[in-house]
Each structure stands twice: as C-alpha cells, then as structure tokens.
Design a protein around this ligand. Structure first.
Ligand SMILES: NC(=O)c1ccc[n+]([C@@H]2O[C@H](COP(=O)([O-])OP(=O)(O)OC[C@H]3O[C@@H](n4cnc5c(N)ncnc54)[C@H](O)[C@@H]3O)[C@@H](O)[C@H]2O)c1
Length: 269
C-alpha cells in the first residue's frame, strides 16, 4: 500500500475475473493501491502476469476460464493458499461480441455470451461463497450493464445475459444477507475498453463515439467503474446489498425525448 493511500481495503483479499484488461485491470490496480491483496483471474495468460508483476508482491495471476467450474475453484484455491482468506469477489469477466439481430445471430455466439456472462458469474458465486463464509462475510460484485436495463438492438443475447446477472444478484443477495455476504452489481454505460473484440487502435474512435451517447459529454473510462467497485468492496457499502449501481454518465437516467423539447415555446402550444 502506498503511503498516500486511504487504505480502504487494508487486510482484505480480492479475486477479480477478467482482471487482465479494461475494467478488471483498472479495478485490480485500484484495489491494490487501497491495501488489498489481489488475485487476477483471466484467460489472457500473456497480459495477466504482466499486470500482476506491475502491481507487485500483493498481486498474483491465475489463468482461468470462468466457464469452467474446475478453473473457478482453482482461482479461489490459489488466493486462499496465498493469503489464507478471501473477502471480495469481483465476477467481472464478460464478452460482448457483434451478434446481429435475433434472426441472424448464430448459436455459437449466443452460447458464448451466455456461458461467459451468466454461467461464469454463477460459478463465481457458487464456488466463492464457501470462502466468504469462512472469512465471516464479504462482498460479491458482478459487472452487469445498462444493456440489462434497456433494450439495445443488435445485442439481444448480451442484453438478456446482463439482465440475468441483475436478477441473479438480487436472488443471491437474499440468500446470503444473514451470513454477512453482500451481493451487488454495477451497470456501466459505454466504457472505452474494446470489450474483447475492438482492436486497440480503434478504442480512441469508440471513445469519441460514446461521448455523444452520454449526457455528461464523455465516454466512460475503466476507472469510473473501478471506483464504483471500490465502494461496493469496501466497508463503506456495508448496508448495500441486492442492488445494481448504474454508472453511465446519465445514459439511462434522463429522458432524451424530453430533452429534445427544450426549445419548445410552451405558451404557443
Ligand atoms: N466496455 C463497456 O462498454 C462495457 C459496458 C457494460 C458492461 N461491460 C462489462 O464489463 C466487463 C469487463 O469488460 P471490459 O469492458 O473491461 O472488456 P475487456 O475486453 O477489456 O476485458 C474483459 C476481460 O475478460 C476476459 N475474459 C473474457 N472471457 C473470459 C473467460 N471465459 N474467462 C476468463 N476471462 C475472460 C478477457 O480476457 C478480458 O481480459 C464485462 O462483463 C463487460 O460485459 C463493459
């Protein structure tokens, strides 16, 4: 922990899936800077170890496919072996590939989206909860999306998968509240990360494109979501469970149809 850090996660151990890129990477770095020991779990066995080594002795990497129950059990075992406890689980890994409309989306794409985005989050709860019980409680976070709250044409499987994550979080929160385990999710708006399919050189263009969609006038950044995850991971949110925290620069809050009427002279209607 750096000396200027507030240490909001001092003494805690966090497991973060999808920690080798984007939102997960930003969160791993932020959690470590706040005093946590961090296990980065990801399929990307090139970038993951580099990030862990950049963070330092308080971070480790375990190659993990969140669709595989054995891998998920293995990532938790690795964190437990290294540090003797787990307090925070961030089930963040997800995919959002181009789908086409519901008629044209192929079954392989649908299955991939469902397996990573729903089964992966479910496995992260199923095999993570016993560790949190042993620690006497903890915080589980998932990354859902505004796509789970609204309907985005051309992304039906992705929207449905994120809606499922929101519903799963609510159900699990009810199951585990009396055990001191909180379960919440974050619904990001458009975040300039590439989401696994946009090449790095096109992320800047996506950042500009996202800007006009968000009333605050800019794209979301991975750090915006990491800050929300820090709140949900820390004791500052000890009375918050079963919620979806929307971090979307005002995308879903204001009604854009009303906004277009700003210039209307109401006295003439
Ligand atoms: N970027 C956005 O605009 C946005 C908006 C809403 C929600 N999200 C969600 O945020 C989460 C993080 O995405 P991101 O934007 O940081 O994208 P990203 O592509 O930068 O990061 C995703 C990470 O997940 C890993 N991953 C993918 N499949 C995996 C698997 N089967 N097992 C283990 N790891 C796997 C990837 O290797 C990658 O490191 C995802 O759940 C995504 O759906 C993103």
């Amino acid at each position: 922990m750096s000396s200027e850090s507030a240490g909001r996660l001092d003494g805690k151990v966090a497991v973060i899936t999808g920690g080798a890129s984007g939102i997960g990477e930003a969160t791993a770095r932020l959690f470590a800077s706040e005093g946590a020991r961090v296990l980065i779990a990801d399929r990307n066995a090139e970038r993951g170890p580099e990030i862990a080594s950049e963070i330092g002795a308080d971070a480790r990497f375990v190659e993990t496919d969140v669709r595989n129950g054995g891998d998920v059990q293995g990532m938790f075992a690795a964190a437990d072996d290294a540090w003797g406890r787990i307090d925070i689980i961030y089930n963040n890994a997800g995919v959002g590939p181009p789908e086409g409309n519901v008629r044209d989306c192929d079954e392989k794409t649908f299955d991939l989206v469902y397996d990573v985005n729903i089964r992966g989050v479910w496995l992260g709860m199923k095999y993570g909860i016993p560790h949190l019980e042993r620690a006497g409680g903890g915080s589980i976070i998932a990354t859902a999306s505004v796509a789970g709250l609204t309907g985005l044409a051309g992304m039906a499987a992705y929207c449905a998968s994120k809606g499922a994550v929101i519903a799963m979080v609510r159900a699990a929160a009810g199951e585990w509240a009396s055990s001191g385990i909180r379960v919440n999710c974050i619904c990001p708006g458009g975040i300039a990360t590439g989401q696994g399919w946009l090449p790095a050189e096109r992320i800047e263009a996506s950042r500009r494109a996202w800007a006009s969609l968000h009333p605050v006038g800019r794209s979301g950044e991975a750090g915006d979501i990491a800050n929300a995850a820090l709140f949900l991971a820390s004791d500052a949110s000890s009375y918050v469970t079963g919620q979806q925290i929307v971090v979307d620069g005002g995308w879903t809050g204001p009604d854009a149809r009303y906004d277009t009427m700003r210039g209307v002279d109401w006295s003439q209607l």
